[in-house]
Design a protein around this ligand. Structure first.
Ligand SMILES: NC(=O)c1ccc[n+]([C@@H]2O[C@H](COP(=O)([O-])OP(=O)(O)OC[C@H]3O[C@@H](n4cnc5c(N)ncnc54)[C@H](OP(=O)(O)O)[C@@H]3O)[C@@H](O)[C@H]2O)c1
Length: 275
């Protein structure tokens, strides 16, 4: 599963089933990192072009090239139809990486019995910038080599975290998969709060975003955790301490975030039950 002469070990062939918001971001980053376009095929019903040099099909090929890694990137409810067409094309060395939320490894194994190596992945949107978070899970049936190869494929997308217990996938999805939307909301609220205390709206918006961006970069480079960093910039009796006191009162920020993640997790569990 390697292409020679590139920085990252990409599969001999990558077959994307669906290439919408998420799979499109992943592919874009892989292409930026040197994935050879001629080794990529995208299947999407619309047939919309992806980018120059990447083949787009509206129906399944007669066979998959040797050493193909399939990325399942359509909506989870489409798995039944996709599996009927795709499973007969899978051979023993076909690897499957699924980003389908709520579709368990057992379900994937039942639908693709010939493929030995199957990995669940839960990326988030900044993967397109190489600054995403992707949680991975697999079982002992998947070979050690495949685990390494899939991790190497995902590494150009940002942080890679193997999850030991598949039951935690909804929790992980709530944190990092849904996290960008929660952060977007936070930045917007910070800007609105700035406006509420008198800062012009456009300035508040720019300042809120740059403050979050700079602080996140700073926290990523710091030796101490963000909790320590917050206290370090808050001198007793100063403005920051007063602000933190409001944020921390009755653990209200923490409580709000626990409620937020729990709501997202619960929805994931309900969707897995077909609700
Ligand atoms: N968005 C996120 O933040 C996020 C995060 C983590 C995981 N995911 C997972 O990513 C997957 C895709 O989500 P998305 O937001 O990228 O959806 P999306 O933008 O709607 O993309 C869906 C893709 O599936 C294709 N498609 C539709 N019907 C198909 C079929 N019958 N067979 C094969 N492909 C088909 C679509 O084709 P056309 O392009 O031709 O319309 C499109 O490319 C989901 O399973 C979701 O759980 C999403």
């Amino acid at each position: 599963m390697t292409q020679t002469g590139v920085d990252h070990p990409f599969p001999d062939h990558l077959f994307l089933v669906g290439c919408g918001n998420m799979a499109g971001q992943m592919l874009s980053r892989w292409l930026d990192c040197g994935l050879d376009r001629e080794r990529v095929t995208v299947l999407r019903p619309s047939g919309r072009p992806v980018t120059d040099g990447v083949a787009v099909m509206t129906d399944y090929p007669a066979a998959l090239p040797a050493g193909t890694t399939v990325l399942l990137g359509m909506k989870p409810y489409q798995i039944a139809d996709v599996a009927v067409a795709l499973a007969p094309l899978c051979v023993a060395d076909t690897r499957i990486v699924s980003i389908l939320a709520g579709t368990t490894l057992a379900d994937l194994r039942a639908r693709f019995p010939v493929a030995r190596d199957i990995v669940r992945a839960m990326p988030n949107l900044p993967v397109g910038l190489g600054e995403g978070v992707t949680a991975l899970f697999t079982d002992d049936v998947t070979s050690a080599q495949a685990k390494m190869d899939v991790a190497a494929l995902i590494e150009p997308l940002g942080l890679v975290e193997w999850i030991a217990d598949e039951a935690l996938f909804n929790q992980v999805t709530a944190l990092s998969g849904c996290g960008p939307a929660f952060l977007f909301r936070f930045v917007d609220a910070l800007a609105q709060a700035g406006e509420a205390i008198g800062i012009p709206a456009d300035q508040a918006a720019r300042m809120a975003l740059a403050t979050v961006q700079g602080s996140a970069n700073m926290a990523a480079r710091a030796n101490d955790g963000p909790g320590v960093l917050a206290d370090r910039v808050a001198s007793p009796g100063g403005m920051t301490r007063e602000g933190l006191n409001a944020l921390d009162a009755d653990d209200r920020l923490l409580t709000l975030l626990i409620d937020t993640l729990a709501a997202a997790r619960d929805r994931g569990e309900a969707m897995a039950r077909g609700a």
